[in-house]
Design a protein around this ligand. Structure first.
Ligand code: ADP
Ligand code: MG
Ligand code: MG
Length: 885
């Protein structure tokens, strides 16, 4: 309370300026600023956001002084204008407008012409020598006041207006006669009485009080809440209320009202963009009752006001150094500005405007970068559904991988692979397994009924930039019938659907897509970001193709090269299973010997692409059971073979595999035998991988005269001893290979930091590490103690929507908790080894908010999916600029 009582409730417009948005709201602050600049704005005052907050806190009761203060401000306005609210001569008419700190277009309400009544309507008409205008204003007032303040349904008035026009046989409001408007005023009063069971209040001061109160309440309407939630605007800011003298665009053919932008908000082009209507007021332009005219036509009908408007548009843009969205009214030839704000724009326009303004010398590059939202770049990187589609989704899942996709339904990976070559397909699965990868590769998009944001489908789709909606629980898949049922609708194989992986929406038809727009503006702006950022930006890439893509999108190296995907490819899997099933060291060595050349080949492809740049290879990480069939499926297979009494060999090998699957089965595989734990049990695995890496590096150097800067990384280290032992294995193998080849190669050896214990003993671990890479995905799971796959489909979304936590910690790093762990890890690691290189290779490496934190913490580089690279480069620059502020 102390804060609000310290702040004034009422401000005359001349007291404010653009810096006072928090207290005056955006609209009020900008109106005051325009007044200060000498731009014609109707006079008025602003009831501050503090008054709204105080009222909300008191459960809707106004603070004691508020009504007195309002009366005093009104009296001052009456003195300045020489007019009186409700006065029988020179009556003052007011507009009452909401104005929040962050603009919420169309979310809250406006009341125009307050002060018009049976007592003042005649005077106003006589004064303007235009009784029609006065009656037109009166019926407008009754309608707006009835709707906004008293809550009468809008159609009640619209129906009367439409029926009167029909009876008179006219199409336009402006075709109604004075008598018609008088009749409408009487009718509006009648229907209001009918709806409310009482008369509308007739005292303008009482109306003003109720109008201000209605604006306060409009802050808490459901649509305003939804809007704020979607845009991350806090619920406790409250809105200001702007009370201004009316100016009249409906005073005849030399009066007008309109809206304009200083540039085209959809393309960003510097051109005239706006609309106006002669003899009209307020919402007429946007309401669609009359078709507004192009702004350029105003030059002919209202040349003086037009010239002044064009000049003012220019002045305002230069003043705010941003594209402006402007509302104006012309009253009998005189121009008034009623609003200016930074215009909302499409992503493409945002980039063009920023780039043009730098070229025009209006903005510095730094200023321009701050104007662009990372999310806007993201939109441009993926095909999107044409925003004008107007359809509703038939179901929804998790937005697992952004972008939109249209295609024919297919229900298995083989069919996808077959059909997908010639036509767009969408692969629909209950959940995907490594065996589906060939289908995922050719599909336009992936839809699964089960699984969270790290489900295989999601991870793979994101890595490939493929749109994916995962865990859509509202769908029923019948693979035998090849049907998909959503609600009551049955879709068959070949039916076309659309996915939006950015929202999780699924549409039961093919919608138009708009392509990604990596244009010159995009490249130029990301190029500026590169000059400013401090953080290195690397990519997560597992194949030569990924590596090529990464390099093309500006990666300065590979921060995470996962080797398990190499194991999962279908031509490798038999040898990998052989290795896992081996019952002796010799058998295992034999299987590994088969895998080695395949791994080497993969590494060669990657190192070739990344010549001259660092590549951090992570040794095998996942638990072995991931390379084996699913326990339940294998049990069923054995059962079926037993029942059908089929081939004896087949049965015995199925049983053997089942036995192995059971043996390797773990209750909590995420916390089980994986990462370096696996390597501790089977040192021949890291040994084989190290050989493949060194041989590949040497082969590439031999072939191209240059190779990649190979770094080897040990996963899931908790104890310094683990790293010490593994380092010894790797070092010995590297030395062995180099000696055999008679070559030299520097191979730094580092570790992932992805367990809380590793963070705490980071100083001990640092003693054996040449670098750290924070695996923030696992660090989030183990740090918070949640399993991502279980949480994302379960309580986590409730936590986010109930605001227990601000956002999904797997998308944007949990600053205080997991971010705190990263900070401790950095401090302790660098205390033991000053200057130790520290990367981040979790998915957070591509998230702008997380990148901001990594900049603050002094991380050396982030690593993200190739498709996130431009965003990461951009966000890294933004992070530098915002820490400078
Ligand atoms: P919105 O948030 O819907 O844009 P506004 O508060 O900007 O609501 O008001 C809507 C319209 O009402 C304005 O575009 C303008 O045409 C009209 N209006 C507002 N204040 C005045 C005024 N003092 N005189 C004349 N018209 C006004
Ligand atoms: Mg409005
Ligand atoms: Mg407005």
């Amino acid at each position: 309370m102390s804060e609000t009582t310290a702040t004034k409730f009422l401000y005359d417009m001349s007291e404010g300026d653009a810096s006072m948005k928090t207290i005056l709201g955006g609209k009020g602050a900008n109106l005051a600023e325009m007044k200060r600049l000498g731009i014609p704005v109707p006079d008025g005052f602003t009831v501050s956001t503090a008054a709204c907050v105080a009222t909300m806190e008191a459960g809707g009761r106004w603070p004691d002084d508020l009504w007195d203060d309002t009366g005093a401000a009104l009296t001052r306005l009456e003195e300045r204008t020489g007019r009186t609210l409700g006065g029988s001569t020179a009556p003052l008419l007011l507009s009452i407008r909401s104005g929040a700190v962050f603009s919420m277009p169309g979310m809250m309400d406006t009341i125009l012409n307050l002060g018009i009544s049976d007592d003042t309507v005649e005077v106003l008409g006589a004064e303007a020598d235009n009784p029609r205008f006065a009656w037109d204003s009166y019926r407008r007032f009754l309608q707006m006041y009835g709707e906004v303040v008293e809550g009468v349904a809008p159609h009640v008035y619209e129906d009367e207006l439409t029926s009167l026009k029909a009876r008179r046989g006219v199409a336009q409001d402006t075709d109604l006669s004075i008598e018609d408007l008088q009749e409408l005023v009487a009718t509006f009063k009648d229907v209001s009485r009918r709806e409310l069971g009482r008369d509308l209040p007739s005292d303008p001061r009482e109306q003003l009080r109720r109008a201000v109160d209605a604006v306060f309440s409009s802050w808490d309407t459901p649509r305003a809440r939804v809007y704020r939630k979607a845009h991350g605007i806090p619920d406790n800011l409250g809105t200001a209320v702007n009370v201004m003298q009316m100016v009249f665009g409906n005073r005849g053919e030399t009066s007008a009202t309109g809206v304009c932008f200083t540039r085209n908000p959809s393309t960003g082009a510097k051109e005239l963009y706006g609309e106006f209507l002669l003899n009209a007021q307020g919402e007429d332009v946007v309401s669609g009752i009359r078709t507004p005219r192009e702004l350029s036509e105003m030059e002919e009908v209202l040349p003086t006001a037009y010239a002044q408007l064009i000049q003012t548009m220019h002045d305002l843009e230069m003043h705010y150094k941003d594209m402006q969205d402007i509302e104006f009214t012309v009253e009998e030839g005189t121009l008034y500005l009623l609003q200016t704000r930074n215009g909302k724009r499409t992503a493409a326009a945002a980039l063009k405007v920023a780039r043009d303004m730098v070229e025009e010398g209006v903005l510095t590059r730094e200023e321009a970068l701050v104007r662009i939202e990372p999310a806007q770049l993201d939109q441009l990187l993926h095909p999107a559904i044409d925003p004008d589609h107007g359809r509703s989704p038939i179901t929804r899942g998790l937005p697992a991988s952004p972008g939109a996709a249209v295609g024919q339904l297919v229900f298995d990976a083989d069919t996808a692979a077959e059909r997908g070559v010639s036509e767009p397909v969408i692969l629909v699965r209950y959940e995907t397994t490594p065996d589906d990868i060939h289908g995922v590769i050719v599909a336009q998009g992936v839809l699964t009924a089960h699984g969270g944001m790290t489900s295989h489908a999601a991870v793979v789709a994101r890595g490939m930039g493929r749109p994916c909606v995962a865990g859509a629980q509202g769908i029923r898949i019948n693979t035998a019938e090849r049907t998909l049922t959503i609600g009551g609708t049955v879709f068959h194989e070949g039916d076309v659907i659309t996915l939006d992986g950015s929202t999780g929406d699924v549409y039961g038809e093919g919608l138009e897509l708009v392509p990604p727009q990596i244009n010159e503006d995009f490249s130029a702006i990301v190029g500026w970001a590169d000059e400013i950022r401090r953080l290195g930006v690397r990519a997560n890439a597992d194949t030569g193709e990924d590596a090529a893509k990464a390099r093309e999108l500006g990666a300065e190296g590979i921060g995470l090269c996962r080797t398990e995907h190499m194991f999962m490819a279908s031509d490798r899997l038999p040898a990998v299973r052989e290795m896992i099933l081996a019952d002796s060291e010799e058998a295992r060595a034999e299987a590994l010997a088969k895998i080695l050349p395949m791994q080497q080949e993969d590494f060669e492809a990657i190192f070739t692409q990344m010549r001259g740049l660092p590549v951090t290879v992570r040794l095998l990480d996942p638990p072995l059971h991931e390379f084996l069939p699913d326990l339940v499926e294998q049990s069923l297979l054995v059962q079926r073979l037993e029942l059908t009494g089929g081939d004896a060999d087949e049965l015995s090998s199925a049983r053997a595999l089942l036995g192995q699957v059971k043996r390797l089965h773990e209750q909590n595989p995420m916390l089980g035998t994986r990462g370096c734990r696996l390597a501790m049990l089977y040192p021949e695995i890291p040994e084989m991988q190290t050989r493949a890496i060194v041989r590949a590096a040497l082969a590439v150097r031999e072939r191209h005269g240059e190779t990649a800067g190979v770094e080897i990384m040990i996963p899931l280290v908790a104890f310094a001893k683990e790293l010490e032992v593994q380092r010894e294995v790797v070092e010995r193998t590297v030395a062995d290979e180099l000696a055999a080849a008679g070559e030299e190669l520097d191979v730094p050896i580092g570790t992932m930091i992805e367990l809380p214990r590793a963070v705490i003993v980071a100083d001990q671990i640092a003693a054996h590490a040449d670098f750290f890479s924070f695996g923030t995905n696992d660090l989030t799971q183990t740090g918070i103690g949640i399993s991502r796959d279980d949480a994302e489909g379960g309580f986590l979304s409730a936590y986010v929507s109930d605001e227990v936590i601000p956002s999904n910690p797997f998308e944007s790093i949990d600053r205080d908790g997991v971010g705190g762990l990263v900070q401790i890890g950095i401090e302790r690691g660098r205390a033991a080894k000053p200057g130790l290189k520290m990367g981040v290779c979790g998915e957070h490496g591509g998230d702008p908010d997380s990148i901001a934190l990594f900049e603050e913490l002094g991380i050396s580089y982030v690593s993200c999916s190739p498709f996130r690279l431009p965003i990461a480069r951009f966000a890294a620059a933004r992070a530098v600029l915002s820490t400078k502020k």
